[in-house]
Ligand binder design. Structure first.
Ligand code: SF4
Length: 114
């Protein structure tokens, strides 16, 4: 039996899931999907910054376009650490496309003029 807190909505139900993937503690069906995914293939949205070639704005805030498998997060952070972006950059611009073929892009979350 594994205990989880559902992060799908702000209610934060306290879930339990057993080895047969029976889920209890959920107030709605979305909690079942979350619990099963969390024990079989956990994913997370990633927000971070990358180096920007700008004296005024040395870092650019970025995020993943969708949740990334948790086991790939450290590899993504390493890849982003070696990345430098040249302005101008526009909000929602793709900074890195399809990381490791996982279908997850890295996108800018703000505009930095050139
Ligand atoms: S189980 Fe449903 S109600 Fe409970 S936190 Fe998850 S999404 Fe929200």
């Amino acid at each position: 039996m594994k205990k989880l807190i559902c992060i799908v909505c702000p209610i934060g139900c306290h879930l339990e899931i057993d080895a047969q993937h029976n889920v209890t503690g959920n107030r709605c069906k979305r909690g079942i999907g979350y619990a099963i995914e969390e024990v079989t293939r956990p994913t997370r949205m990633v927000t971070t910054t990358v180096r920007l070639l700008s004296q005024e704005h040395p870092r650019l805030s970025v995020k993943t376009s969708k949740p990334l498998p948790k086991e790939a997060i450290f590899r993504l952070m390493a890849a982003l650490e070696s990345l430098t972006v040249n302005p101008p950059v526009y909000m929602h611009q793709v900074i890195m496309r399809d990381f490791e073929g996982l279908g997850v892009d890295i996108i800018a979350t703000r505009t930095i003029p050139g």
